[in-house]
Design a protein around this ligand. Sequence first.
Ligand code: ZN
Length: 138
Amino acid sequence: MINQIKFKSLIKDLGMMFIPLNEAQIDIYYDRLKGFDDSILEEAVKYLYDTHTYKRFPMIAEIRDAAFQAMRELPEPTVDELESEFECEVCHGIGRMVEEVTENGGYFHSAEKFCICPKGQREKDRRAEWKRNQRRGT
Ligand SMILES: [Zn+2]
C-alpha cells in the first residue's frame, strides 16, 4: 500500500512525460491504485516510460497492467525475505514448542523446548549466549 504523498510524486513523474492529470483526477487514480506497494508502482512508472506510446496520461487500467507486469518481473526474494515470510507449522513462528515428556515410571509432564526451525534455533543460540553471560557475571 502506497501513501498519498509518495503516490502524488510518482504521478508527477509520469506527468513530465505525458499530459499531466489535475488534482481531482489524481485523487481518483490514488483511490483506485493505492493497494499497490511503492516499489511496484515505481517499477510500473518505469515500465510505462518504456512502453506507453500515447501523449495522453496512462489510464488507470494501463497503470494497473504495468503494476501487475512489474510484480511478475520482480526479482526472486532473497533467503532472508523467504525466511521472514516462512511460518513454521510446528511453532507458528514463536520459536518454541511444548513437548510431552515421559519420565521413568510413566509420569508425564510438559516441557517447553526450542523448535527445530531456524527461528527456534536462533532463539536457542540467544538463550545459550545469555546463559554464558550470566555465568561470567556480565
Ligand atoms: Zn518452529
